[in-house]
Write a protein that binds this ligand. Sequence first.
Ligand SMILES: *Cc1c(COP(=O)(O)O)cnc(C)c1O
Length: 344
Amino acid sequence: MTSVPELTVSRSALRSNIAAVAAQIAPSRLMLVVKDDAYRHGLEWTIDAADQVHWFGAYDVVTALRVRALRPDARVFAWALATHDEIGRAIESDVDLGVGTMDYLQRVIDTASRLGLVARVHLKIDTGLHRNGVRPEQWPAFVAAAMQAQRSGVLRVVGAWSHLSEASDADDDESADVFRTATAALRDAGADLEVEHLTASAASWWRPELRGSICRVGAFCYGIRSGDGPQIPGVVPVATLSARAERVGGEGVEVGIGSLHGLPSTLTGQPVATPGGVRSILSIGPHSSVVEGWDGAAVGDRVLIHGPGDQGEADVTALGERIDSIGEEIALRLSPRVRRTVVD
Ligand SMILES: *Cc1c(COP(=O)(O)O)cnc(C)c1O
């Protein structure tokens, strides 16, 4: 019998990261992004620990409804294209919808009309990323249609938003100009905007001039730094991934985590923290891996695959970079078989 790898997630780390991000971006407010089951850290306890947060970014409506059930008075934002049924449930549950195409706007209007309810929407301008947003040349017609629906009482335009490419500061400056112009046009058309939001983790932290009234931050709140990026002061990894030594001898120590648990098989050579110090992973199989031995190695010893670094283990971003990817890929690919344990 092999043991189950464990993802230990720290409530105090999450809370102090949230406080550090909130302090850094003030007076902008934090929208905590909780998509992908809170970046696989676990949605329920994350929402519970984030009791100071008023805005949550859900991505999809199903996640938004889970947040709503836990936090009846929070603002919850869902921006993935949703089905008619999901749009209806979002409107009934007072979930804010991100809308970035004329077609989707029409579906939201139709659904709200059918239900006799008012949909709260944030209109998305495409500022250059070409990821679901209205191009500047189509913006006036889009705004006109939305404001018409607002006057008919089925819609409230409460926000304007976009997403930055973060390819370069110059690109982002240009995008921010497009965003400001579009937002001004929306206000001129009569929208009484509660919020404007443009930035995610990196730009929210380092580009104060680009922050809107709220910032959508996921990665940094979980302590996942950007690729090539420095450690963020006051922000620590929330999750530690560990596995148990199953067999000692021969090539090295066999530990109970493999590629089917979500550890990329191309991470061979990666240093991990053992009770005897930092050692390399020699091979990664489907169910278990072999790590270089250490003095006094015993069955039951814990090997840290990634974490805050207290024992020399790398963080998820370093692991991601090793496979030419980003920390989020390492965090998100964990299998549901990995046990998650919430600690204080
Ligand atoms: C995931 C996501 C974010 C959060 O990005 P991080 O880099 O994790 O902070 C913000 N906005 C949108 C639209 C997203 O999809």
